[in-house]
Design a protein around this ligand. Sequence first.
Ligand code: ZN
Length: 192
Amino acid sequence: MSKYINVFERYTTTCPLCGEETFHVVEFTYKTPFFDEILVISGKCTKCGYRFFDIYNIKSHEPVRFILKVKEITDLNSLVIKSQTAVITIPELGVVIEPGMASSPYITTIEGILYRVLETLEVHKEENRETYEKIKETIENAIGGKIVFTFILEDEFGNSLIIPRRKENLEIIRLERNQKSKKNNNYRKYGG
Ligand SMILES: [Zn+2]
């Protein structure tokens, strides 16, 4: 895959769903020259098919905001490592993706996220046909590289990351944590 990826552990353990010793886990890290190291844990049970995927920042759990200017097609291929607690905002396209049930962790590209937005729109298209057509066209133009937009990824636990195609387009801001909202960021917890 990428020169930034370093697989450091592979093991088999008890499946949290079926209890068999058939849960295969791969842990790897994303190391970048400009941000912390991010740990990715991916597991799958060969018996019952249960899957687990999660992302943690190894060094810091402080809030962070990434601001990427998407100016050309090539910027759409920037990698997005999105944890469950991430909020994605694209002001120019009216897109906000908030943490929640449907917001599972994933690794994709900016383009991949825009396709996800299209899929979500599709589900709700009968609610307001006119708005749907308008937003759909805007998103499609963005995928086609016809719109310059700002992609903002914010994570209150610092577990998310953007690996840009062009580093000069990325701004990283470390934020102050709102006190008293510290949650326990538990490592190696495979439950959903
Ligand atoms: Zn299982």
